[in-house]
Write a protein that binds this ligand. Structure first.
Ligand SMILES: [Cu+2]
Length: 321
């Protein structure tokens, strides 16, 4: 009976990878690293496991708690505050550390050695059946935002409401004049999606009466930012009577950001932990550089020796004669 019930209580658990990139030891991020933990923010469900790989040249830790923050460290030499939930201890370059999240919640973590390095893990009980923002807060459609100059109201919704990888998502949006509450057609705009800090989709458009839409299929899970910006219309500009330069400034300012998260689709993917080691790539690069520098170097030195030896040999010959 126990065996019977166990065989039906199947829990879908996944394994995720977070990379500590080469250069993470540097608080200024002016090395090849763009983030300290990649991705810096991850959405998982209870029972999922995360493995952190150290691809940097220094040892690091994954310690739950609050980091000192980049400027907290650089300006005030503050350290982070561990909360004792989990701690990897120091793990060296090339090593990894795994942790299974058994409880839901939002867990921030940092590196004890480099207290500016920070990441966040958001653990849901299960993939939620409602849309939410990148902090996990529930959203009601349509989402509404005003451009900073408050001249345009942007409405956004997406279908299906919970974003999963490998299925078509339709983003639908409309522009309104908040003063008259009228629908604004023929608006030029830019539509961009960023995921984990990288631009993954960009398009420009012209809104129609009733709005406009874009379809997108995500291949990766993680938090996203949907940015609609550069919203402008020549007719509205004439009404506002702004100069060309004023308009360019207005256009740049007319930007709204919406945040949410994409989940791994358990129906369409078998998520396999996959890790390309940048350190390996770097080693290969160094080996190649040695070849490129060493071979002409050896040839050059050989040529120098040969040139130096030449008068000696002729001298030896002449003295022999
Ligand atoms: Cu570190």
């Amino acid at each position: 009976m126990l065996v019977f019930s166990l065989s039906f209580s199947f829990v879908y658990a996944e394994e995720y990878i977070i990379d500590i990139p080469f250069g993470a030891y540097n608080p200024e991020l002016n090395t090849p690293a763009e983030v300290w933990y990649d991705p810096p923010q991850i959405f998982i469900t209870v029972g999922d496991k995360i493995t952190w790989y150290n691809d940097d040249r220094e040892g690091h830790t994954v310690t739950s708690g609050d980091s000192a923050g980049r400027f907290g460290w650089m300006d005030n030499k503050q350290f982070g505050n561990p909360d004792g939930l989990f701690d990897s201890g120091n793990f060296s370059p090339g090593e990894s550390w795994s942790y299974e999240f058994k409880k839901s919640g939002t867990f921030s973590y940092f590196c004890i050695i480099h207290p500016w390095m920070e990441g966040i893990v958001i653990v849901e009980k299960e993939i939620p059946d409602y849309p939410h923002d990148s902090t996990g807060k529930k959203l009601e459609f349509p989402l509404l935002q005003y451009t900073p100059d408050r001249n345009i109201e942007v409405n956004l919704a997406w279908e299906p409401p919970v974003l999963k990888t490998h299925e078509k998502i339709q983003f639908v949006y409309q522009f309104y004049d908040p003063k008259t509450n009228s629908n604004l057609a023929k608006m030029n705009y830019d539509f961009t999606i960023f995921q984990n800090g990288k631009e993954i989709f960009h398009d420009t458009g012209l809104s129609q009466i009733g709005g406009d839409y874009r379809n997108f299929v995500f291949t990766d899970s993680g938090s996203i930012v949907i940015r609609i910006n550069g919203i402008h219309s020549s007719s509205i500009l004439a009404e506002e009577g702004v100069t060309v330069f004023g308009e360019i400034e207005n256009k740049q300012q007319r930007s709204v950001d919406f945040t949410t998260a994409v989940y791994d689709n358990p129906e369409k993917t078998t998520h396999e932990a996959f890790h390309i080691k940048p350190a390996q790539r770097l080693t290969m690069y160094y080996e190649l550089m040695i070849f490129i520098i060493l071979i002409p170097g050896v040839m050059f030195i050989a040529a120098l020796f040969w040139l130096k030896r030449k008068p000696d040999t002729s001298e030896a010959k002449s003295s022999a004669i």
